[in-house]
Structure formats: C-alpha cells, structure tokens
Write a protein that binds this ligand. Structure first.
Ligand SMILES: [Zn+2]
Length: 86
C-alpha cells in the first residue's frame, strides 16, 4: 500500500444466529420419594456428576471419562494412562 493512502475500513455484516437452547432440562426428577436420574453419573467423580449424553458417546466434563455407545453396548473409552513411579 502506498504511503499516505487511506485504508479502507472493512465492515463485516454480522448474521444473527438463533440462540441455541443450552438448557437440556434437569438431570434428575423426584418421583414420590425416589430420585429418578436422567443421565448416568460418572464412576470416577462419583454421584452428582452426570455424564453428558451425546449421540455416540457419554462424556464427563469434569474428568474426561467417556463411554462409547457401540451397537447397543456402552463401552468405556480406552485411554493411555501414564505409568506413575510410586
Ligand atoms: Zn468424571
């Protein structure tokens, strides 16, 4: 660009997306005197930490634990675990 030449200010028109509904509903409901859980709880983090339900897997956002849904079966993901020298 030549010296002194004015730069054109680019204006980007923003397209507005419809807001996504992030609220997936309660993870549990109380029926009578029992708690009915809508999601599985994480085996690593314990009760109260629910797994996110995706189309092909269930995932814990806290520790990263993943269960894969394969042909009806629920299989835990194989992860490389670093050997600790204790
Ligand atoms: Zn977890």
């Amino acid at each position: 660009m030549a010296r002194g030449a004015k730069r054109k200010v680019k204006t980007k028109e923003k397209t507005q997306k419809p807001p996504r509904n992030k609220n997936k509903g309660p993870m549990w409901t109380i029926e009578g005197d029992k708690v009915v859980r809508a999601r599985k709880s994480c085996p690593k983090c314990g009760p109260g930490n629910f797994l996110a339900d995706h189309y092909d897997r269930m995932h814990c956002g806290k520790c990263g634990y993943t269960l894969f849904k394969r042909s009806g079966k629920v299989v835990p993901a194989k992860r490389k675990v670093k050997a600790s020298n204790n």
